[in-house]
Design a protein around this ligand. Structure first.
Ligand SMILES: Nc1ncnc2c1ncn2[C@@H]1O[C@H](COP(=O)(O)OP(=O)(O)OP(=O)(O)O)[C@@H](O)[C@H]1O
Ligand SMILES: [Mg+2]
Length: 85
């Protein structure tokens, strides 16, 4: 079981320069995770995607049972953000 999962996830500011390329992250409930990386690695960009403020991505992110893709509408984002995880 995962509470948060990024799958085949890529994101960018300029499509010719991917910030994260095809990453997979899976978080299980009951653990504390850290997000480590050198300056400019893409940590803030990843978190901005999680909050919905960065919508320039391919692949998906899933919070519990709600899967978000680039085609997801605002209603799906809203349901996802309402989750208390
Ligand atoms: N608004 C933006 N427009 C264009 N490029 C950006 C923008 N924000 C960040 N970047 C670039 O995206 C890459 C990832 O940046 P990001 O801020 O996600 O890294 P970070 O891991 O949070 O770094 P830090 O440890 O310094 O906080 C960097 O190359 C950065 O220069
Ligand atoms: Mg940062």
């Amino acid at each position: 079981m995962t509470v948060l999962e990024f799958e085949n996830f890529s994101t960018w500011y300029n499509k010719n320069n991917l910030i994260l390329e095809n990453i997979y992250i899976s978080l299980e409930p009951g653990y504390i995770y850290g997000l480590l990386g050198i300056n400019g690695a893409g940590k803030t960009t990843l978190l901005n995607t999680l909050t919905g403020s960065n919508r320039s991505f391919t692949g998906s992110l899933k919070i519990e049972d709600i899967k978000i893709t680039p085609n997801s509408n605002n209603d799906q984002w809203y349901k996802c953000k309402k989750k208390d995880i």
